[in-house]
Design a protein around this ligand. Sequence first.
Ligand code: ADP
Length: 753
Amino acid sequence: MYNFDLTNIASLVIGILYFLILGVVIRRGSLRDWTGRLLALYITAACLLELARVASRVGWLPFLTDAVLVQTVLYGTLILSLLFLLTTRSFLRLKGSVSVWFGLAAAWLIILPILESNWLPLPEWVLSNPLWLNVGRGTAFGAMVVGWGIFMLSATFSTVIVYARMRQPLHRNRIAYWVLALELIIGGAALFFVTIDVRFEPLSSGLYLLGALSAAYAVLTHRLFDMRQAMRRVVSYLTGTFLMIVLYSGAFVIAHYLFQTIPGYNPWLIGIALALILSIFFDPLLRLIRRLVQRLFMGRGYSASSTLREYSTSISNILALEQLATVAVGLISEALEIRHGSLFVVHHEEEKVEGEGDYFHLRGVRGMGMGEDQVLFDLPASNPVAGHMRQSYSPLTQYDVDLHPDFQNITPEEREWFISLNADVYVPIYAKGEWIGFLALGSKQSGSRYFDDELVLLSTLADQTAVALENARLFEDLRARTVEIEQLNEDLAEANRELILMDQAKSDFIDIASHELRTPLTQVRGYTDILKEMIDANSLTPKSGGKLTQGLKKAAEHLEEIINTMFDVAQIDTATLELTLFPEPIASIVNDAVSTWATALEERNLTLTVEGLANLPVTLADSKRLVQAFAHLIQNAIKYTPDGGQIQISGHMREWTLPQDQSIEIVVADTGIGIAAHDLERIFEKFYRVGDSLLHSTGKTKFMGAGPGLGLTIARGIIKAHDGSIWAESPGRDEEICPGSKFHVVLPVRLHS
Ligand code: ADP
């Protein structure tokens, strides 16, 4: 006997509807990911449970007795709650192991039968009592409710936490559907637990079904209908209707009160007239209410046309990128009441590393609330976001980047960067069909999403920005180019100056070389002429031959010396003097320099004393070069001091220097003719010598013997190459009184190069 009452028909319909939802889940291809699979499993289980109820009640399946059905519902509800918890965790993308939940479910599935079958070691008289049987059943039922409660509470808790943490309205909207699903399922189950009445079963199952429907909608649909908007509409309509009823009733009562004494009064007529009047006002009134509700939910609103006008006039003349970013983002945030936003400039770059492909160089221009580390990023052209931005000409939401299957293949690093921008929507900017920038806009102050009309407005604003951005980019390029050209110009001028100096040095070199080389060359010619004559006259003896070759050798050495000096000067001029640095005691350097002139000092009867050098520290120096420099100073002291005079070389540490830049000072003092004040600096110039500049070198150590005017130039060059300094001091020049001169050399103490 089939018993098809309303309850069974309702259960059957619910079962079929579950089946249909399952069909949609499978057809939409949602089984590809875990959320879809778990949801399908949940729906299948819920569907089977519902059909089992009908089958048991109607008696289709004989083995499904009442007692078996109770157990099936008991275990089924528990399993459903576990499945829903797992689906929730997957939907919310919660990481972490789910084995603990499986463990808990397994424990429950063991506890339940124990409780139910009264396996507890109770005495026979207790077990035989039907009351105790019920108690056992009751405990099992209680345990199931507790297990169910744990699973559903955990699902609710996770959902609420994720919802509370989420800032982006689109994500919040998606989770709101899950909250709704949870509320419906919990409501349905609670109804069942509280009533345990077959009559309420269809209502409870209906709520369950609606819960599954809400969950399936959230999982299957990417663009979910905005729940806030739906709520807004409902609130507007309800408020509007309520106001209408109040108005109508109020007006009717007043009219009735006023006109009832008039003869021929008919309340029906008043009612119809009032209804007519109100029907005219219904539409504007509803619109007003809707606007008020809108304002309550979303802030004050904006006018697209005036925003557009203000925007295009404000940005059209801006040439600086920073200013453009500030003004553009500022105007947009003012109109749409957004919290923050920034402008990014995009450069398409060719492949740099082979195999990596082209990429887009994204550079953030300071706008509102952009962090330091978000300024630069290289996005490969193969990235789906780049692909969308290049081609689609429409704004992209972070919600799409997070959830849409098209953007699943973004690398974690790229995803991380986009998340760090904290933007809700990206509005690409194009110029001549090329992607040149984008606006990254944060959430709105009202917390609501970006609606379609706003996205259209943003696209239009982005189009307006394109020209200004292109101009600003060109202007920035131009500015960079100008700086580059200025730098190049400066480099060129510097090179030119160096060329002039080198040219000057070359002519000086030729002048002096021809001048200086003449003496030894004349000697060479003279000796070779004599040699030839002697050979012709056959009068060359070993003795005279030896003398002549000795003369030739001296002249050649002189030539070599002049050439070396010239070469040193050339190196100093072009700053190519290379030093070979070793730690050296300054005393040994000075001693080597002094020993070069031992014979000359003796010939000229000059006394040379050295003092205070032994205790000076070791320093990094090119000893050969420093010996050369000091040798020049000693040579000059010898040359410009009359016979019998004195030369004193003394050294000490400079007292006022800091420990890290200690330096040594060495003074070469003589009792010679001195130097005029105006010559003190000039004597260090190349080829400068006091007196007639065209005098030939006349001996190296003779009193007042002229040299090429290069000794001090070389000495200063060497000292400077050691980061030191050299200068001359003298009371003045007087060949009679001989006031003497002092040459100071200061060298830094270096232990590491
Ligand atoms: P030179 O080859 O002529 O010695 P230097 O460059 O060594 O060239 O010296 C340049 C000039 O500086 C000398 O011609 C000389 O007039 C002057 N001078 C150098 N040292 C002394 C000194 N100790 N006393 C006086 N005059 C000096």
